[in-house]
Write a new protein. Structure first.
Length: 559
């Protein structure tokens, strides 16, 4: 069990204590402990009671709770709190714009104990009239409810990939030929169904593993549909004859718009061509249709047939083509590993350079660096570089974009960095005009090198910051600012659909993991996946540059 999962249990206990009016001081202690444990580097799940009690804020009672969470996933105390909390009230914790005290008011004073009643109360204007809420809060709640409904039954790319691998392994133990199709090969950032293609007859469905539970209402004569275990995401298992297996695999691994494409010299769309022929490989179908082979991740009906005329699939960015990682955090701010540990881990991946971009001073919640800490970190970087040559640690910072569009720190401090990642972290409620003006000002700042996670979105959790992306990308082009693809599977921001416009305008992109611990470097795999969907090539990927070229670019920009 991860530290995050353990801290989440403790944090929920804190919230439910407050909800039920229990000891407020104790609830605050639980909340503070949860925050500290989430940032802890040591693995809580393997610690003894004595070791746990040495941690800040952890006494004997909390140590006992942690051991119980590791063993069972919950504490007796939390279970008792959950038992007296309506399920709908627990779901209200997912709604952005209301904290536990407002939820307490909604439940105890207005009798609202589920999301449906909450929506009705908002739509009738009842929430706006309630003391402590108002019209603006009501609008935020409605917006959040709509977003939650749209995201229901979906998984992020990383969650879906893990679950799909488990199911694929079980299916492969029963059937001779099974392949993942649909959302996983297409590298979709959020996924509402996991699909598998099995060579065989629908009568073979009796062999399906026990964990798969069929939903007869949505199954069809050739496709089994249902769920797996406790996961509510839709699972599809399609049975196909051996001779048409490759044909169906191609169709399953393409969007409807991709299959509707008609080439200028053709008479029928791609779907009808595929259905009219039987070949042994997907490559053969594309060749017969008059096109070079298009990879599954690019089959979205967004000019990929034109892209492949001018480019080769080998031109696409890949994990192996990456030379460095530029947006990372260490213990200097809110990371879990030291600067030296992160540098060594980056080098051990075979990369040539590591860029540290800890939080700037305004981000006090994340341990943002004061001017003095900047000097201290940069001095340590010089020492590390003396030891690790030819590997290079670059001096960066993730500077908050302030409400007026300015960057954190005075110019004298900004000038000491090799590069600056400018990101919005606070005041996310601006309208599109104000939000765009704010980001444009930051892009126009001569110290901005990379625009970090431009919308601040959290997939399946928080909508992105509203921006006029054409204006922002045009400004990046005019000011030679790099656009970030934040590779965290929670973000994948900038949205890949805007990458072609970046390329059209000559804006390079940097695939950054936003790593807060050593394992976070692996998130660049997700960034590479969505970058390939959009046709991002190696020569337009900033961190695919060699160290010499990258340093030359950074020096010329500073000059």
């Amino acid at each position: 069990m991860s530290n995050k999962e353990i801290s989440d249990v403790i944090e929920l206990t804190s919230k439910l204590m407050t909800l039920h009016g229990e000891d407020e001081t104790r609830a605050k202690i639980y909340g503070g402990t949860a925050f500290n444990l989430d940032r802890l580097e040591e693995d809580l799940s393997i610690m003894s009671e004595a070791e746990l009690m040495k941690l800040r804020g952890v006494g004997k009672s909390m140590a006992t709770n942690i051991l119980q969470i590791v063993a069972t996933g919950i504490t007796t105390e939390l279970q008792e709190l959950i038992n007296k909390t309506p399920e709908g009230v627990l779901e209200m914790f997912k709604v952005k714009g209301i904290g536990v005290k407002k939820i307490k008011t909604l439940w105890e004073e207005l009798g609202i104990d589920n999301l449906n009643d909450l929506q009705i109360a908002c739509e009738s204007g009842k929430i706006a009239e309630t003391k402590g809420f108002g019209q603006k809060t009501q609008e935020k709640i409605l917006e959040s409810l709509l977003f939650l409904r749209q995201q229901s039954g979906k998984l992020r790319m990383n969650q879906a990939a893990e679950l799909s691998t488990v199911i694929l392994t079980e299916l492969s133990g029963v059937y001779n030929k099974v392949e993942e199709v649909g959302a996983i090969p297409r590298k979709l950032e959020t996924i509402d169904a996991l699909s598998f293609l099995v060579a065989g007859d629908i009568t073979d469905k009796s062999k399906l593993p026990e964990g798969l539970v069929e939903n007869m209402k949505v199954s069809s004569p050739f496709i089994w549909r249902g769920t797996y275990g406790e996961n509510q995401i839709l699972i599809e298992v399609q049975f196909e004859a051996v001779d048409t297996f490759e044909r169906e695999k191609l169709i399953c691994n393409a969007s409807e718009d991709h299959l509707k494409v008609v080439l200028p010299e053709g008479q029928q769309n791609f779907y009808h061509y595929v259905k009219s022929n039987i070949f042994d490989t997907s490559e053969a179908y594309y060749a017969g249709f008059g096109s070079n082979y298009i990879l599954p991740e690019m089959r979205e009906g967004l000019s990929e047939f034109d892209w492949i005329k001018e480019n080769s699939n080998d031109d696409l960015i890949s994990w192996d083509a990456l030379k460095g990682s530029l947006h990372n955090h260490s213990k200097y701010s809110d990371g879990k590993n030291t600067l030296k540990e992160m540098s060594e881990a980056c080098r051990d991946l075979g990369l040539d350079y590591f860029g540290i971009a800890d939080h700037s001073q305004t981000a006090t919640y994340a341990g943002g660096l004061t001017a003095g800490r900047v000097v201290q970190q940069q001095s340590e970087i010089d020492e590390i570089n003396a030891e690790m040559t030819p590997f290079k640690v670059l001096k960066g910072i993730e500077s908050d974009i302030l409400s007026d569009g300015g960057l954190d720190y005075e110019s004298e401090i900004l000038a000491t960095f090799d590069y600056v990642v400018a990101s919005v972290h606070a005041n996310l409620d601006m309208n599109i005009e104000k939000a765009t003006d704010r980001v444009l000002k930051a892009v126009e700042n001569p110290y901005t090198t990379i625009l970090g996670h431009p919308t601040g979105r959290l997939l399946l959790s928080r909508k992105g910051y509203p921006l006029d992306f054409k204006k922002v990308i045009d400004a990046c082009a005019a000011n030679k600012v790099i656009m970030e693809i934040n590779a965290s599977p929670y973000r994948l921001d900038i949205d890949w659909r805007w990458i072609p416009y970046c390329l059209e305008k000559g804006v390079m992109l940097s695939i950054n993991p936003d790593a807060h611990k050593i394992e976070g470097f692996q998130d660049m795999h997700y960034g590479v996946a969505v970058a390939r969907k959009a046709g991002l090539t190696k020569d337009m990927t900033f961190n695919a540059m060699s160290l010499d070229k990258l340093e030359s670019f950074l020096k010329s920009r500073k000059a």
